[in-house]
Design a protein around this ligand. Sequence first.
Ligand code: 5AD
Ligand code: SF4
Length: 455
Amino acid sequence: MALVEAIRKHNKQRVKANYFVHSYGCKQNVADCERICGVLELLGFKQVTSTEESDVIIYNTCGVRHTATARVLGNIGVLKRLKDKNPELIIGVCGCMVEQEGMADHLAKRFPFLDLIFGTNLIHYLPRFLHEVLFEEKKVRVTKLDDEIVEGLPINREAGTSCLVPITYGCDNFCSYCVVPYVRGRERSREPEMILDEIRELVAQGCKEVTLLGQNVNSYGKGLTSKINFAELLAKIDSLPGRFRVRFLTSHPKDCSKELIDTIAESEKICNQIHLPVQSGSNNILKLMNRGYTKEQYLTLVRYLKEKMPDVSFGSDIIVGFPGEGEQEFLETLSLVKEVGFNLLFTFLYSPRKGTKAADMLDTVPKEEKKIWFEKLLKEQELISDEQNEKQCGKIKVVLPEHFAETAGKSVLSGRCENGFWVEFEGGKNLIGEFVEVKIIKATRRSLIGEKIVK
Ligand code: 5AD
Ligand code: SF4
């Protein structure tokens, strides 16, 4: 607390003490940013929306693919100009990319003006790190993984009605392409009471939608003293009082049990939407990826989900061009995509990550060919999405508006419905954060267009 008080006092005496925090990663990364912002607010800093006005800038990075790393490296370089203008400016880089083998040293060498370089799971040390920079003229370089879960950090949430709630941290799956287990450490689950208390409090404050986060939410509960699995946690959340909706990210197909699907189908608050990354439609490739399921098992799961929840919407991730993938394997992926009819598909070109098993696998297919497959998959998915969106016409959906805009003289609200489709409709700003019944009248590739039902 002494460190916190010292920084608060220092900030009170300054003309301004502004901060800018930017997330370069997934929803978990965004949730971490909300905690970084919470700690900075506690220390007396004020959030601003541009780097130019800031006294502290923190970039929270991602290391999952090369493109994510390259983007952030470029953007760090640009900050040198600000540091030259204002040597008092504190610049920090944290998160997954920093934990990658050799990366912290690389960052320190390439960008000597960086004051803070720290890895994941270390946000609770931020007051100490800032104290070292502000008062001890030190530079911070810490990448040690702390595997404990630190509860009770202040959180400065991005939005009031739609909130992120982490339930697990880290990952134990070691898919052969993935850097996450190395950069986020072993899987740890939060105590159920902590999660339930957080949701109770959020709902009391007006939150209407909670997204539970974890690298693999389906294996929630492993290692906890209280015996509980993800389905049981969902059932407990479902029975909390108040009107709110629950989504969750990400589900690993190998741990998606029938019990879980039954719980979602029978619940009132858990949305009929599931993000179930398949990664490939070829059993050879799934094996090389160490995914722990076959194409047939995945399709059985999909059939069960559709049987239990006919209106379920599916999301998935697919990697194109994994080492060993030939045209035959790619065509199997394409065929699976057509068979399932995903509503939302994230497609990625394989990106070798240092330290992972796949990085050492023989990769003979030229990038140009992989790009042709990638484009083919995108085109196919566009047709599927159009078809899926079209099927929603005429249905009545309950939408939670998040955004409001005045366009062409019209007041337009947009938000998601129960099963995750993005819906736009005419309505007043006062409806933001309220559940609104909307009839879908038109489908575009980007969203559904609806009309508010007047009762
Ligand atoms: N190359 C390409 N895509 C990857 N993903 C994870 N690691 C890699 C990689 N090395 C994708 C997976 C995962 C999503 C978050 O990112 O599809 O589900
Ligand atoms: Fe999220 Fe993984 Fe990227 Fe980290 S490496 S920000 S966990 S996607």
